[in-house]
Design a protein around this ligand. Structure first.
Ligand code: NAD
Length: 258
């Protein structure tokens, strides 16, 4: 997978999966726009990459911020070849019957509206170029339910819906749109969820959860990055509107649970 002289934007690029994707793109020759609402985290990733990266502080729920990161990418590098529409939050762990409305709105805001706005302002650029590849970060929570995460599960099902619609619209213009569906991946997010589920023994959550996974372990951010880069590469030239599961077998044998 060669991304020499390709331009990639990654939202949520300051941490976790997005950070791994930024580094993987850079290793293979891409110029990278690291977008995160945590400006220090984005800056740190851009500095690790060096002169082939810029950092942009942006909140993906604000249209003006999204337009600004698209404009910065075009100013700096002139085009957008790859877009990893990845920023997301988990919200709280609580049953639907008790779920907080404000948290619901916040999760839907980042995970659905943020992904929509990214598509809304990046796709016109790719349509104009007649080429481009988008990967939206959904989740296995976009395919199956997880008790205690109503907003997150609804938001990730919506990401898969947005992926299918966009793919069907922009295919004729040479633009591909896919989704990745990670299962549990060892990042800050999964650690936060474990602390909510079991504040006194977050490590026990991992033990219980992984015991139900065919591969018996959490995935790594780098393993997700490998699939994101594949979907952005010419090797995936006939792949669009698809959902790629990277979940250690969770959805193949859903015996575990948080
Ligand atoms: P993370 O918390 O390590 O990183 C998320 C990044 O997104 C952070 O840097 C954060 O500052 C940024 N972010 C959050 N809200 C933002 C906003 N409004 N605007 C801009 N940036 C924002 O989490 P992660 O595990 O790397 O998650 C990345 C994506 O992967 C998310 O969409 C998440 O839902 C998804 N995912 C994660 C897992 C997992 O187990 N870790 C599993 C499935 C899907």
């Amino acid at each position: 997978m060669d991304f020499k002289d390709k331009i990639a934007i990654v939202t949520g690029g300051g941490n976790g999966i997005g950070c791994a994707v930024c580094l993987a793109f850079a290793e293979r020759g891409a110029k990278v726009v690291v977008v995160d609402r945590d400006g220090d985290a984005a800056q740190a990733v851009a500095e690790e990459i060096g002169r082939n990266a810029i950092a942009v502080t942006a909140d993906v729920t604000r249209a003006a911020d999204v337009q600004a990161y698209v404009a910065r990418a075009l100013d700096a590098f002139g085009r957008i070849d790859c877009f990893h529409n990845n920023a997301g939050i988990e919200g709280r762990v609580a049953p639907t019957a008790e779920y907080d409305e404000a948290v619901y709105d916040a999760v839907m805001g980042v995970n659905v509206k943020g992904v929509f706005l990214g598509l809304r302002y990046v796709l016109p650029v790719m349509i104009g170029q007649g080429s481009g590849a988008v990967v939206n970060t959904a989740s296995t929570a976009g395919l199956i339910g997880t008790p205690g995460m109503p907003a997150y599960v609804a938001s990730k099902h919506a990401v898969i819906g947005l992926t299918k619609v966009a793919a069907s619209e922009v295919g004729p213009q040479g633009v591909r749109v896919n989704a990745v569906c990670p299962g549990p991946i060892a990042t800050r997010m999964i650690a936060d969820i474990a602390r909510q589920v079991s504040p006194n023994n977050p490590g026990g959550v991992e033990e219980r959860y992984t015991a139900g996974l065919p591969l018996r372990r959490y995935g790594t951010a780098e393993e997700v990055a490998n699939v994101v880069l594949f979907l952005c590469s010419d090797l995936a030239g006939n792949v669009t509107g698809a959902q790629y599961v990277i979940d250690g077998g969770r959805t193949a044998a859903p015996t575990g649970g948080a």
